[in-house]
Design a protein around this ligand. Structure first.
Ligand code: A3P
Length: 285
């Protein structure tokens, strides 16, 4: 039997199967053959049960920090590069493989009750992310936050300015909860109750007690002892002038068609409509 040397063999292989140049990591525990050749020390329990997929600037950091307060919910470890986000399914990190991803999670102490999760706000608008996430985590629950796209765009603009620097609802592969980002901002405890129900996580965590509105921050924050609070950092909930009426009118019109599409899709999926979406389309018509 004759064969080409490894590198040339690989070149030949990828010439014949160009689609396989990009790997698609499957869950090793879903195929007995894969599991059998996997190291005994590794466990698929070290993978998230749910993902918060963004999009950016909708309150994902707030949701991440509120979730992390829950005794049965455990977030991924922070990354030295991308902070609270792992950004595995969305970028070059994907090439680093499953072990790299799993190292961001602790081995859960109780597999059936511990909820591991990660939040990476750019999964929402990365086209390959749904395919990749569905291959590795077909049973994961998905959470996405939506706010008025005009407000999101304006928040993003402020974000870019702050950085001195010159967003697709994909099909669910299990179940999708849409969080109204305006409500997350104004009544987080109520939203967190809905999320606990959606996840089926126990014990019930009382966010009405855990959070308090901080007048000087102008946002809901974690309540600490002796009337103190722990709010998100300066870069979340920035102070900036309100959007001008002119920009508001322009952006409302700009996003009108997409908002109508979104309304149709949410109705088709039998999903509740975010209040901001009703208001937006009501005002525009
Ligand atoms: P602004 O800074 O433009 O107000 P993300 O974490 O996804 O980047 O989103 C940032 C946005 O989260 C902030 O945008 C802010 O409006 C919103 N937000 C919602 N709840 C918040 C909270 N409790 N503390 C700070 N920001 C919050």
């Amino acid at each position: 039997l004759q064969t080409l040397p490894p590198v040339r063999l690989a070149q030949k292989y990828f010439q014949i199967f160009p689609d396989e140049r990009d790997p698609l990591w499957q869950n090793p525990c879903h195929d007995k053959r894969h599991k059998d050749i996997w190291s005994k020390e590794k466990t698929c329990d070290r993978l998230p049960k749910f993902l918060v997929i963004g999009p950016q600037k909708t309150g994902t950091t707030a949701l991440h920090s509120f979730l992390a307060l829950h005794p049965a919910i455990t977030s991924s470890f922070p990354s030295p590069v991308t902070f609270e986000e792992v950004q595995f399914f969305s970028g070059p990190n994907y090439q680093r493989g499953i072990d790299w991803y799993m190292d961001f999670f602790p081995v859960p102490s109780n597999v059936s009750t511990d909820f591991l999760f990660e939040k990476s706000a750019n999964y929402f608008d990365t086209e390959v992310a749904p395919k990749r996430a569905a291959a590795l985590l077909p049973r994961a629950k998905i959470i996405s936050i939506l706010i008025n796209p005009a407000d999101r765009a304006y928040s993003w603009y402020q974000h870019q300015r702050a950085h001195q620097d010159p967003v697709a609802l994909n099909y669910t592969f299990h179940e999708l909860l849409i969080v109204d980002g305006v409500q997350l901002r104004s009544s987080p405890a109520q939203v967190m109750d809905g999320i606990q129900k959606f996840l089926g996580v126990t014990p019930y965590y009382n966010y009405t007690q855990a959070l308090t509105f901080d007048e000087s921050k102008g946002f809901w924050c974690q309540k600490l002892e002796a009337g103190r609070t722990r709010c998100l950092g300066k870069s979340k909930g920035r102070k900036y002038p309100e959007m001008s009426l002119e920009s508001r009118v322009f952006l409302s019109e700009y996003y009108r068609e997409q908002n109508v599409e979104l309304l149709r899709m949410l109705k088709r999926l039998g999903q509740p409509l975010p209040i901001w979406l009703r208001d937006e389309l009501h005002n525009a018509s």
